[in-house]
Design a protein. Structure first.
Length: 86
């Protein structure tokens, strides 16, 4: 029986990495929009800079996914599993 550390990690092909990248890109765009938008636009949302806060939230979410993928990587076996057929 192979050990838990046999095989290699999924790395960049881990779906959590892809999701983190997408959230980081959208979050960065929202942070930039939130910083440069005029004060009149902020007043339309009850005085809350929603673009800035949503962008920061998305960046935090992306960081959590990256941390999760680093701490608990998915292991891919080096050899295909036997199916039991002869």
């Amino acid at each position: 029986m192979p050990g838990r550390d046999s095989g290699h990690t999924a790395g960049a092909f881990d779906i959590r990495s892809v999701i983190a990248l997408l959230f980081a890109i959208y979050g960065a765009v929202l942070v930039v929009v939130g910083v440069v938008q005029p004060h009149a636009e902020i007043e339309k949302s009850a005085g809350v800079n929603i673009n800035l806060w949503a962008g920061v939230g998305m960046l935090v979410f992306a960081a959590a996914f990256v941390l999760w993928a680093r701490l608990r990587p998915i292991r891919v076996p080096d050899e295909p599993a036997e199916t039991g057929e002869h």
